[in-house]
Design a protein around this ligand. Structure first.
Ligand SMILES: [Zn+2]
Length: 251
């Protein structure tokens, strides 16, 4: 079983973007001891589909990634990918025009800290300029958000990002086309493990919000784990459909 895992913030708020430091540390220690290999996103996608491996991804580049995750992952020699919102570095996750209920306002890493991470095995990926919902933008605005954001990362830290994550997992044909033309890999929030023939710019990921309780990741690969994941993915689709129909926000 191969999968790309999605974390956001490591904090004690219990919010939908948070995992507690204690559970996060337990998960990393378990991964280090288990038969599940932790590899880079690129390596994961080049492994056979029956390989037992995960890639760790962190969205939005919270300060808690730098304080807690980066040193712990470096201690264990584990690579990771950090998706950076280019125009928000050094600010907070109060994205323009949005007030997401239940999501705390948290500080984001600045460019100095971000620039030091690649030397510790952290790949910096693109996550637009402003955390925009790309499904609602024109082609020109998508170009600016996706390509402009990647160019800003290159200007600031010297590397053009090779991977991208869609904010809110929101995609459109235009957005996927632009991501496919500029990045090796594009990550969605489509919640399932990685199968044999994935579209390069539409990779699925497993949101760790659904595995945020003690002991859940540790059931990795068991029938019960797979069942739980499928059930969660189904419930999420139903909820998203309901939100779309009622005009509510997508999570
Ligand atoms: Zn994000």
């Amino acid at each position: 079983m191969r999968a790309i895992l999605t974390y956001h913030s490591i904090d004690e708020s219990g919010s939908v973007i948070s995992i507690s430091e204690e559970v996060f540390r337990e998960q990393i220690v378990w991964l280090a001891r288990s038969k599940v290999r932790v590899v880079s996103l690129d390596t994961l996608m080049r492994m056979p589909s029956d390989a037992n491996a995960v890639a760790l991804t962190f969205d939005d580049a919270f300060v808690s990634f730098g304080d807690v995750a980066a040193p712990l992952l470096a201690d264990h020699g584990m690579p990771s990918t950090l998706f950076v919102v280019a125009d928000a570095a050094g600010k907070t996750n109060r994205w323009p025009g949005r007030r997401d209920r239940g999501v705390p306002e948290l500080p984001l890493l600045g460019w100095d800290a971000l620039g030091r991470l690649p030397a510790q095995g952290v790949e910096i990926g693109g996550h637009t300029r402003t955390h925009a919902n790309l499904a609602r933008l024109t082609n020109g605005r998508i170009q600016d958000e996706v390509v402009g954001g990647a160019e800003r990362i290159k200007r600031e830290i010297g590397h053009m990002p090779a991977v991208f994550a869609y904010p809110y997992g929101a995609v459109s044909d235009d957005a996927v086309g632009i991501v496919a033309s500029r990045f090796a890999w594009g990550c969605t929030t489509d919640m399932r493990w990685v199968s044999a023939n994935e579209a390069r710019a539409l990779l699925p990921r497993i949101d760790m919000f659904y595995l945020r309780n003690r002991g859940q990741l540790e059931r990795w690969g068991t029938a019960r784990f797979r069942y739980r994941l499928s059930w969660r993915a189904g419930a999420r689709l139903v909820r998203r459909h309901f939100h779309d129909v009622t005009g509510g926000r997508q999570s």
